[in-house]
Design a protein around this ligand. Sequence first.
Ligand code: GSN
Length: 223
Amino acid sequence: MAGKPKLHYFNGRGRMETIRWMLSAVGVEFEEQFIESKADLEKLKKDGFLLFQQVPMVEIDGMKLVQSRAILNYIAEKYNLSGKDIKQRALIDMYSEGAWDLGEMVMQLPWKYIDPNEREKEIIMILGKANGRYFPVFEKVLKDHGQDFLVGNQLSRADIQLLETTLAIEELKTDVLSKFPLLKAFKTRMSNIPNIKKFLQPGSPRKPPVDEKMVAEAIKVFY
Ligand code: GSN
């Protein structure tokens, strides 16, 4: 029997967090090998384990997968999170990419904006995009079909990625969903799915928001 997937990344959210979310949502246990020094990263490179000399890298089913979205695609296919047909798949991909674009802005915040004033300006921009571009789309999708999940009335990667991103945006502004009642109800519903509920509880592999200390540590490893 194949062992647990093994995730290679630093001990923070970054590009691995969606992968942690996805595996956890389908109840797959995994191991994490944290990269804590330049030597750890160099060893992975020297051993030929990183196709493009980069992490995230996930050992799964006898493969060493890199490129975060390729890893997510594999997990989504394997665990039936990509819909029932190619049309559902297209919707799921569009919604997931939208959630990814918004989530990526939050992910990059502590890395790109060290100056507190610049960061504050960027947060206002991100909240503007969330309120003006992304959340209205998801609110309308939920309103139009009246179902529990975004596509095909079953859990897909789009639901998981939207929940992850929504919670990340709420960390910037707690009442950000006040004008989006259906998205708010979606958040509550998704958060109560047993595997997800477990992932949201303390002690799970979910990582806290990236702080300045974590950025400084990661910079030492990657630059
Ligand atoms: O999505 C992906 O996995 C890739 N398109 C990008 C991965 C990437 O930029 N990895 C950085 C770590 S910071 N982000 O997760 C990396 O491994 N840098 C080390 C290097 O030598 O380039």
